[in-house]
Design a protein around this ligand. Structure first.
Ligand SMILES: C[S@@+](CC[C@H](N)C(=O)[O-])C[C@H]1O[C@@H](n2cnc3c(N)ncnc32)[C@H](O)[C@@H]1O
Length: 216
């Protein structure tokens, strides 16, 4: 981790990065599947909850939390330097409406949160795994669709973005196959800032696809 990110980690991780039980050891990305997180207890209030899958360096997380102080934001990220970078973006003080879980979102979201407790799920620029032999590593799978459907409150929205046409098609195929979700928008997600992944895609001549699915 660069020095400034490490310093931000040392300053803010205790307040922002949740320490959760990990049966396979402290460095494992798997949270105890019997453990349930209570957002009202964690954030000290009841507020609409946004879950971000793969927050990377925290651009959308920090911008979103600053724009919507009345919402709470829970991010999942497996890449600790990215979490350090997100903390550095907060500056001297932690944003009170942000918490980060250092864990595999695809696994944790199966069990960690109560059904129907999430207003929005964000999956922006998930790792594209462009080679056909690696497509099975992509995070948007029927299992993730099931987990997201269970988590969303009625009318809740899953927002996705990608700069890879074939991943966008695969998202439409996998999510569109589930009639509990309805495609309601392909406009840019309202709170999504430009990140380096979007910039990189655009510079390489790729088009950005935004998808928003609402729970019926
Ligand atoms: C291409 S980056 C995009 C980051 C960010 N969403 C953005 O738009 O800038 C994808 C991120 O997802 C994270 N990631 C990949 N698989 C994950 C998983 N199973 N659980 C949590 N994070 C994951 C990666 O570590 C990486 O930081």
């Amino acid at each position: 981790m660069p020095h400034t990110h490490q310093k931000a980690w040392d300053r803010l991780a205790e307040q922002v990065v949740l320490e959760l039980p990990r049966p396979m050891g402290a460095t494992s990305t798997v949270i105890d599947p019997t453990y349930r997180l209570d957002p009202a207890e964690v954030f000290g209030r009841g507020a609409p909850l946004v879950v971000e899958i793969g927050s990377g360096s925290g651009d959308a997380l920090v911008a979103g939390a600053q724009a919507r102080p009345d919402w709470d934001f829970l991010a999942f990220e497996v890449w600790r330097p990215g979490i350090g970078h997100a903390l550095a973006k907060m500056g001297e003080t932690a944003l009170p409406n942000v918490r980060v879980v250092e864990a595999d979102a695809a696994v944790a979201l199966q069990t960690l949160l109560a059904p129907g407790s999430v207003r929005e799920v964000w999956t922006f620029f998930p790792d594209p795994w462009p080679k056909a032999k690696h497509h099975k590593r992509r995070i948007v799978t029927p299992d993730l669709v099931d987990a997201v459907v269970a988590l969303l409150e009625p009318g809740g929205v899953w927002r996705l973005a990608t700069d890879w046409d074939h991943y966008a098609e695969a998202m439409r195929e996998v999510i569109g196959a589930d009639d509990r979700l309805e495609l309601v928008s392909t406009d840019r997600a309202p709170l999504r800032p430009v990140t380096r992944f979007e910039r990189r895609g655009t510079e390489a001549g790729r088009e950005i696809t935004d998808l928003a699915y609402r729970l019926r």
